[in-house]
Design a protein around this ligand. Structure first.
Ligand code: ADP
Length: 214
């Protein structure tokens, strides 16, 4: 399954670059092909990053590199990056101006957010808003990613955080690509920070994935 999911973007990267380099191709067409190639390369990089995190965890070598991080800035930068990648969705941040600085592994927290936002977009095929919010609750920082997508049945909620778990949807099976690694990696990284991750959802009404990191 992993090799299949890597092959599709790899074909797009190679095909895009080869065609863009061929003689007689216009600048605009070459630009579009290279944009597709960039998408393919990013997709492969995300899969490889998730596989590496999982194998570090399996080898008991998942070490968090904590520094004091301004969480508002970290969340805003992920949201900003994601909002440039989408057209039919709106990715917005909803955070109070005064989040405390906390000792986290910034790259890992950004990876969690990237995975959750990518899912929120993927599983909202009709578009809509993806809202990333943060709040302090009983001395803990809770970060949530809310979407208006297909939602999840209560019986499936625990399964999602298992390796390679993918749910049946009413959508054609190939229409939403994935290998079922994003959420298990989120869980491992959240737990390595001493936090927890959970989902609240209703089929057809969207989902809210939340995690604490201290
Ligand atoms: P992938 O998206 O690659 O399949 P994940 O581990 O990220 O893997 O997610 C596991 C499964 O959880 C998905 O296949 C999907 O069925 C479900 N899922 C994840 N995020 C959402 C979401 N925001 N809305 C609805 N279903 C979701």
């Amino acid at each position: 399954m992993v090799s299949h999911e890597l092959k599709t973007p790899l074909t797009i990267v190679l095909g895009g670059i080869k065609t863009a380099l061929s003689e007689g191709i216009g600048t605009q067409d070459a630009h579009m092909l290279l944009q597709d190639a960039e998408w393919g390369a990013q997709t492969m990089a995300d899969i490889v990053d998730n596989l590496l995190e999982l194998s570090r965890w399996q080898a008991r070598r998942l070490v968090m590199l904590r520094t004091k991080v301004n969480m508002s800035a970290a969340i805003n930068s992920v949201v900003e990056r994601s909002s440039h990648k989408v057209r039919e969705h709106k990715v917005v941040a909803d955070i109070p101006g005064t989040l405390p600085e906390i000792p986290i592994d910034r790259t890992r927290i950004e990876r969690i957010l990237d995975n959750l936002i990518d899912n929120a977009i993927k599983y909202s095929p009709d578009g809509g808003e993806v809202r990333v919010s943060a709040r302090i609750e009983t001395d803990q920082l809770v970060v949530s990613v809310r979407d208006q997508g297909i939602g999840i049945a209560a019986v499936d909620a625990e399964k999602l955080f298992q390796p390679f778990a993918r749910l049946e949807t009413h959508l054609p099976s190939s229409s939403i690509k994935g290998i079922g690694l994003g959420l298990v990696v989120c869980r491992r990284l959240v737990e390595a920070h001493g936090g927890s991750i959970w989902v609240e959802s209703e089929p057809g009404k969207g989902s809210v994935f939340s995690f604490t990191c201290l």
